[in-house]
Write a protein that binds this ligand. Structure first.
Ligand code: COA
Length: 712
């Protein structure tokens, strides 16, 4: 866990805009990394002092070289370290002693090479922390700030100045994107190669980019998030102001440990990233193309007022493809106003389509495009416009592009994107649109994805201020809950017995089916009398997890004799099934009248902690997968309401096909209580309430079966 992340705000100004930079390991040999870094710094037009550090040279690339940091004529803010691994500790020591605050360690040979490297990295980190320095890397390509300007990397080339900050865990992706960006003319504010993230992590650089005053959008390529809590604490605040788009690769199995619960099986670690990003207001890109398409949209377009898209096209097929894409990405096709449709009908040929998507048909020239586009753009029911063109021989795409560019100025507050389909014949038009700040893509789906990114961000940004207060619940018996969990630990178990789970639920005010643990048949009868018939009997044994497999569960027992018979049957079959299992007795449960079967669960993610799950319960949970998730640590009543309403189960709860509405408030209450329970008792690794019966409004809910597992 990075100290920087724990300690809150880290000022990295001195890293991106230092007064003086030393390149330790600077070399005169053009093939060496130490040469490239020094050359890049000089070529980038960096205006501060540059000190090449080399034990043998007096001058490198026209700059006076120094044998050590001690011999530099002035203080050094940033040291870029590119010496062999074995030489690094002495260099770091030297930096620490001479007051260097910021380090970029290019050198490889750390945790990426295995156990020995990991130990080296720990030592390096300890040293860096001892001196209170801030370190990017090790094993990185360096960093770039086009506004300073400074290129403290060994990547080939210097990006164009722009408003996109790009952080990459992969050096290769860093280098490839830089190269590509030059060919397409895309500008950047910062480029950071995160390397091994030993000390400074993505969280620190996201914070820095958000505060630099010139980065409009922050893009990240990451394979993991080092510290989930720090990520949530920092990024959730930023993500609603500056768009953050993350491409998270590598579905790690670390979080999706072999899970015995339904929740664990449904909540892989990728789900945790999805949920965390969503709760932090981060947009998740699925491909590199999407990452940069969104960046282009955010740096060139205003945010739309809503998600209603209008399409102007000169061909039917691409119009349909774009329409499908709009729906697939959760946006709506705008319904054009009656007046707009009427004007389109009067101004377009009769074979055109006057509804969205507006088809100006194949022989449309720039004037027809201009007319249709202006009508659609002015319609108050339209939040953003996609202009599409496929080129028949009669049309000049350049003229159409120019018409769009001019018309677009009349409504600068609405996003406009274009998709000009084709090859060489549309290149000039595409370039002209892009140069005028209108993103133009070669395929409709990319254009729609760009618009949907803007709409998603706006939806998050425009939401009513969130009550970020964590859920606290007063009427709970923490002491008794703690005592139950201690007892399980003392018993050297991690799985709670069903009576323990039920009691735990009760301590947090979660209604459970009336039940009792009977050691003998007499006691079972007494419970049955107390609860009222019919009842269910279930075996209780720490070794027997799947009770139904051998007849360990008997339902709907209506008379005393049925209860007595069932009691002995269950004990007998359990003994035959697992002769060595310790049998604690038989649980007697009241048979509840059926309600809507729901599931409420919790599983643990290694990065983000407890994940709360809600959905349709019963035996088809894994098949139907009608579930939603939230991070328990950031659960608020609002979030819980949202997670309930985004499932199909919600339609049932509201009263499907004439059925009376269910007690949604009681369901939400249970979720809040479970969130509070797992927050207050982090030793709970997994929890499943399945089913939770939801009854009619005012009649509450009842947990039928509860499984609780503690951390190993
Ligand atoms: N202080 C200052 N300079 C030193 C030094 C020290 N303590 N120790 C060595 N140097 C000098 C060397 O004399 C040499 O200069 P020279 O060319 O004038 O002789 C220069 O530093 C480089 O040392 P060298 O031994 O030639 O190493 P190298 O350039 O072959 O490799 C690294 C050094 C850091 C590039 C290499 O160890 C490495 O880690 N490469 C991988 C980097 C990487 O891939 N990073 C991740 C990218 S995603």
């Amino acid at each position: 866990m990075a100290q920087a992340s724990q300690s809150g705000s880290v000022d990295l100004r001195g890293m991106f805009a230092p007064q003086a930079v030393a390149v330790v390991g600077a070399s005169r040999s053009p093939g060496k990394i130490g040469y490239s870094i020094l050359k890049n710094i000089i070529d980038s037009g960096y205006r501060g002092a540059v000190y090449p550090i080399n034990p043998r040279e007096e001058e490198i690339l026209g700059r006076r070289a120094f044998p050590s940091l001690a011999s530099c004529p002035g203080p050094v803010d940033l040291a870029v370290v590119a010496v062999p691994t074995a030489a690094v500790p002495a260099v770091i020591d030297d930096c620490g002693v001479h007051g260097v605050r910021h380090l970029v360690v290019i050198t490889a040979g750390y945790k990426e090479v295995g156990k020995e490297g990991l130990a080296r990295e720990k030592d390096l980190l300890a040293m860096v922390r001892r001196y209170g320095m801030k370190m990017l890397g090790p094993n990185c390509l360096g960093l770039i700030d086009t506004h300073t300007p400074l290129n403290a990397s060994f990547a080939a080339g210097f990006p164009l100045k722009g408003e996109i900050a790009f952080l990459s865990q992969s050096g290769a992706v860093f280098a490839a994107i830089l190269d590509w960006s030059l060919s397409v003319g895309l500008g950047f504010s910062k480029f950071v190669s995160l390397g091994n993230k030993a000390e400074l992590t993505e969280v620190d650089f996201i914070r820095e980019a958000a505060a630099d005053g010139y980065s409009k959008v922050i893009l990240c390529y990451v394979e993991d998030v080092v510290d989930g809590q720090a990520f949530m604490n920092t990024v959730a605040g930023i993500g609603s102001k500056t768009p953050i788009v993350i491409l998270k690769a590598g579905a790690s199995q670390a979080g999706a440990r072999a899970a015995s619960s339904h929740t664990g099986a449904l909540a892989g670690s990728d789900v945790a990233y999805d949920v965390a990003f969503r709760q932090a207001g981060v947009l998740r890109a699925r491909t590199m193309e999407e990452l940069f398409d969104l960046a282009i949209a955010f740096t060139t377009q205003p945010l739309p007022a809503g998600d209603r898209v209008a399409i102007v096209t000169n061909s039917g097929g691409p119009g349909i493809i774009a329409t499908d894409a709009v729906e697939a990405r959760g946006m709506k096709m705008a319904e054009l106003a009656r007046e707009t449709v009427e004007r389109l009908r009067q101004g377009l040929p009769p074979t055109a389509s006057f509804y969205n998507p507006v088809d100006v048909i194949g022989d449309a020239d720039d004037r027809r495009y201009d007319f249709a586009f202006s009508q659609v753009l002015a319609d108050p029911g339209v939040d953003s416009v996609l202009c599409m063109l496929t080129r028949p021989a009669v049309i000049d795409p350049l003229l159409v592009a120019r018409a769009i560019i001019v018309r677009r100025r009349e409504h600068p507050a609405k996003p406009v994107v274009a998709a000009f389909l084709g090859g060489d014949t549309v290149t000039a038009a595409t370039r002209e649109l892009i140069a005028a700040g209108i993103p133009c893509f070669n395929f409709p789906e990319r254009a729609v994805t760009a618009l949907s990114g803007l709409a998603r961000f706006q939806a998050f940004n425009g939401r009513a201020p969130r009550t970020a207060k964590p859920i606290t619940i007063e009427d709970v018996d923490r002491e008794r809950a703690g005592a139950i969990l201690r007892r399980v630990r003392e018993d050297r178990r991690t799985v709670l017995l069903s009576d323990e789970s039920a009691e735990l639920m009760q301590t947090y005010g979660i209604p459970v089916v009336p039940s009792g643990l009977a050691a003998g048949s007499e006691q079972a009868l007494a419970f049955a009398e107390q609860f009222g018939y019919p009842v269910a009997l279930k075996i209780v044994s720490p070794q027997i997890l799947h009770k139904t497999d051998f007849g360990g569960v008997r339902l709907n027992l209506k008379t005393p004799s049925e209860v007595t018979d069932a009691f002995f049957d269950i004990i007998d079959s359990a003994r035959r099934y697992q002769p060595r299992a310790a049998i604690h007795g038989v649980e007697v449960q009241k048979m509840m009248r059926p309600g809507i079967e729901l599931i409420v669960g919790v599983s643990k993610d290694v990065h983000f902690g407890s994940l709360l799950m809600f959905g349709l319960g019963g035996i088809y949970v894994n098949l139907l997968k009608d579930v939603s998730f939230r991070l328990a640590s950031r659960a608020t009543w609002e979030e819980i309401e949202a997670m309930v309403s985004e499932t199909k189960a919600y339609a049932l709860l509201r009263g499907y096909r004439g059925k009376p509405p269910a007690d949604v408030d009681a369901v939400i209450d249970v979720l809040g209580r479970v969130a509070a329970l797992v927050q207050e008792f982090p030793s709970i690794a997994e929890l499943d309430i399945n089913p939770l019966f939801a009854y009619e409004r005012g009649e509450g809910v009842c947990a039928l079966d509860v499984k609780v597992t503690l951390n190993d």
